[in-house]
Design a protein around this ligand. Structure first.
Ligand code: ATM
Length: 269
């Protein structure tokens, strides 16, 4: 036995397991250390973490997603940022269709189907391959947005939306969802007039309040997945809160695996 590319504790590995690419450790610092001979079968990269950022309009999701991505990258964590709707060539085209003002009202189920079509392509093309390769994915909006907007906001039955979501995502769930919460009047007030989409021009305040309350209801229902962050705070304070929550995600993971918490220090934004 020699240390190979992974110094640390020796451990048995199944004989037919795939070989470890030499770059695994460099690409994924969370990959478990172990000792092996160069000919030993080695584990695939640990799966990346899937983090989503949700919330009403004007909560600062794009800014905070970019800050978190930079923070994790600085810590040596392989990370990929993306967004919904969008993130793929098809998704960006669907996004343009969805956000453009419409002369006639668009049925909430038509909206939900289009959001899920974009989601399907994003999961298949970007999210799942990244996670499998050991890359953490940060996605600004995901399936909770469909529940909030088309479900709580638009009145579609949640069970119907969950069935669509299951088909579109193959049951993929975020490891952590950061809900950037703020009163809708403040969020909508932050939007520049030339940045308003169909969702600001075509839906009233009551709709956006139902959306916000929907997000909060989901957070209450799934406290293990959601962390609610006060998005009225200064952007630096929001980033600090997010970094704390994300740090816990990695620390808990390492601890659960019985691994030394090499990265169990605070992740500074
Ligand atoms: P962003 O501008 O936050 O990227 O989102 C575009 C809009 O799409 C957003 N509008 N507002 N207000 C919320 C809306 N949306 C849905 O209605 N359902 C969804 O599933 C998603 C992902 C977004």
């Amino acid at each position: 036995m020699n240390a190979g590319c992974h110094g640390g504790v020796a451990r048995a590995w199944p004989p037919n397991a795939p070989r470890c690419p030499a770059t695994i450790r460099a690409r994924n610092p969370w990959a478990a250390p172990y000792t092996r001979a160069v000919t030993d079968p080695v584990p695939p990269a640990a799966r990346g973490r899937f983090i989503t950022i949700e919330g009403p309009e004007g909560a600062g999701k794009t800014t905070q997603a970019a800050r978190l991505e930079a923070t994790l990258r600085d810590r040596g964590i392989p990370v990929r940022g993306t967004r919904e709707p969008g993130g793929t060539a098809l998704g960006e085209r669907i996004r343009a269709l969805l956000l453009a003002p419409s002369a006639t009202p668009i049925d909430p189920l038509a909206d939900a189907l289009l959001f899920n079509a974009a989601r399907r392509q994003l999961v298949e093309e970007v999210i799942e391959p990244s996670l499998v390769a050991g890359t953490t994915v940060i996605c600004a909006r995901f399936a909770d947005s469909t529940r909030a907007y088309q479900g709580y906001g638009g009145g579609l039955p949640l069970a119907e939306l969950e069935a669509l979501e299951e088909i579109a995502t193959d049951g993929l769930q975020p490891d952590l969802t950061l809900l950037l919460d703020l009163p809708v009047e403040i969020g909508l007030g932050r939007k520049a007039p030339d940045d308003r989409t169909r969702f600001e021009t075509g839906f009233d305040l009551a709709f956006h309040r139902r959306v916000r309350n929907g997000f909060l209801a989901m957070a209450v229902a799934e406290p293990g997945r959601f962390v609610v962050v006060d998005a009225t705070a200064h952007a630096d304070a929001v980033a600090e809160r997010i970094a704390r929550a994300v740090g816990h995600l990695f620390v808990d993971d390492r601890s659960a695996a019985g691994e030394p918490n090499r990265h169990a220090v605070r992740i500074h934004p």
